[in-house]
Design a protein around this ligand. Structure first.
Ligand code: GAP
Length: 513
């Protein structure tokens, strides 16, 4: 646990030191759970956005994008169920006066049991060496099985109680498990209460005429209310999808874990409209398609797992998370939800407008069913950044800090370095920058010894360094150094463009999906 916390602290400080993420309004001591993306962060975020958009919209003939407004008619949120049901169960500690999400306290308790299981697995893997079969061990070791059963029982009871809104049982569970305030150890709890997560604001010049509106808590509703507009103007045939990337806002109470849970964040969502009755097939298909998208980045199959929901949201008939191994354990990165016809039917009812599709093959109209894929852009950023930050011990015993961001997403693709600041080398390096910058984000760096510059670029996540030296003057070649392997090759200046293109082209990363 302490090792995980240390690693997470390193992630946060590295993100600041290398210009990825700053606390919002830092000079005023910050605003809790709100963050700003800095000069490198904004590029990484833009690249993730583009990687998603290309895979989801550009590569699917039957998916189009929109960009709906953040403010929507307030009835939207009545219809979607957010006014009545978008709540978190909260509990206060009477001694510390601290407020917690009751479900998170219980989940954290389970995470500790899970950490014990992982320790057992690690120990066994060491003991059995190559012969170790993890699946078999998990299925047969009595201690591991008992702990897993304990987790399942707790989460299942919590899921059922939350579904029934039995908040008294949630409190009883916290007391039975003897869960204490993580800060003070006190077990003196209040009852559990529901708290709505939407941020409200007002439109209108005077208090009497003001209309209560909300900052959208998800981008999905902007898609639903535009379903028929897009279908008709785009002459879309079912099955088809509408995708959107944009800001969402939630008044999160347990706002912690850096950019994992923010109050202002960005979602990348796609609603796939289908014929009723086909939802199971599409749900399974989108689960696999989205997992493949993650795997295409090469961040390790073992870092992902599915978590099928016990407790379903008010709109879903099936739901799963793609979980990622963050520095604080496996947590939700993306959700895939089979939303039935709930949203469109609700909007029909509340707006009094038909939101139906005429199926020419079936010769009838119906309200389509929907399978949704929904991923937090900031959470994806954290997954990439945290997984990329590594400390390596080199052959000579030195350590190097390297940010192995997949080259396709790296904020700066190449740094061009003149070996020395004289003999015309800077001029050649500048010329290379001027040529490459048409296609890639590149940087020029001439300060300090070249070894230190390599380290600086390693830590900033730049996948290629191009060094101009005295041989360049006579043979027009340069050294290209690869961040991940530190391998160096001599190449012609005129080939640089195609060498880098090969390594960073989205096509080459996505095509194996
Ligand atoms: N439209 C469905 C929906 O909004 P969700 O599970 O509440 O479902 C989808 O959110 C994704 O949005 C999550 O998997 C997560 O990646 C991201 N997300 C949700 N709340 C967040 C928050 N407070 N901060 C950062 N990302 C968040």
């Amino acid at each position: 646990m302490a090792k995980q916390e240390d690693q997470f602290k390193k992630v946060i400080s590295h993100a600041k030191e290398y210009g990825y993420i700053f606390q919002s309004s830092e000079i005023y001591d910050g605003l809790s759970a709100v963050y700003d993306y800095a000069q490198n962060g904004v590029e990484l975020k833009r690249n993730i956005r583009e990687y998603w958009w290309k895979a989801m919209v550009q590569m699917h003939e039957n998916i189009v994008g929109i960009d709906a407004a953040i403010l929507m008619h307030p009835t939207t949120w009545k219809a979607s169920g957010h006014v009545d049901a978008f709540n978190d169960p909260l509990i206060d500690n009477k001694d510390s006066k601290k407020r917690y999400r009751a479900d998170v306290l219980i989940e954290d308790y389970c995470a500790k049991i899970e950490a014990k299981i992982e320790k057992e697995v690690e120990k066994a893997a060491k003991r059995f060496g190559e012969a170790f079969d993890k699946e078999q061990f998990l299925a047969t070791n009595p201690r591991v099985k008992a702990n897993q059963e304990k987790i399942n029982t707790i989460l299942s009871r919590m899921g059922k109680s939350l579904e029934k809104e039995d908040l008294a049982d949630i409190k009883a569970l916290i007391e039975e498990l003897e869960i204490a305030d993580p800060l003070t150890g006190s077990k003196n709890w209040t009852d559990v209460k529901q708290f709505n997560l939407m941020f409200g604001t007002q439109i209108g010049a005077s208090a009497e005429n003001a209309t209560q509106v909300y900052l959208r808590p998800e981008t999905a509703q902007g898609i639903f209310v535009n379903f028929l507009n897009v279908q008709k103007t785009g002459r879309m045939k079912i099955p088809f999808g509408i995708a959107q990337i944009g800001k969402a806002f939630r008044n999160e109470i347990v706002a912690r874990q850096f950019i994992f849970r923010m109050r202002e964040f960005e979602q990348m969502e796609m609603q796939f409209f289908i014929k009723p009755g086909t939802q199971k097939k599409w749900y399974e298909q989108w689960k696999q398609t989205r997992l493949q998208w993650h795997l295409s980045l090469g961040m390790g199959r073992d870092n992902y797992r599915f978590h099928d929901h016990e407790k379903l949201a008010h709109y879903a008939d099936a739901a799963a998370d793609i979980e990622f191994k963050f520095p604080f354990g496996f947590k939700e990165l993306e959700g895939i939800h089979s939303r039935t016809d709930f949203d469109l039917s609700q909007h029909e009812q509340f707006s009094g407008k038909k939101l139906q599709y005429f199926d020419a093959e079936e010769q009838k109209s119906y309200v389509p069913y929907v399978v949704e894929t929904s991923i937090g852009l900031d959470r994806m950023f954290l997954a990439v950044f945290a997984n990329s930050l590594q400390e390596e011990t080199l052959e000579n015993g030195n350590t190097r800090t390297v940010l192995k961001i997949p080259a396709v997403l790296a904020p700066t693709k190449a740094a061009v370095l003149p070996l020395v600041k004289k003999d015309g080398l800077p001029d050649i390096a500048r010329k290379i920058v001027d040529e490459l910058k048409w296609n890639f984000s590149v940087t020029y760096d001439e300060k300090d010894a070249v070894g230190r510059r390599y380290r600086r670029q390693d830590a900033a996540g730049t996948p290629f360094c191009i060094t101009v030296d005295h041989d360049t003057l006579t043979d027009n070649t340069v050294t290209i150094r690869y961040r991940d392997t530190m391998e160096q090759k001599r190449v012609k200046i005129e080939d640089l463009n195609s060498i880098i293109e090969q390594e960073v082209a989205m096509k080459n990363w996505l095509k194996d999906q």
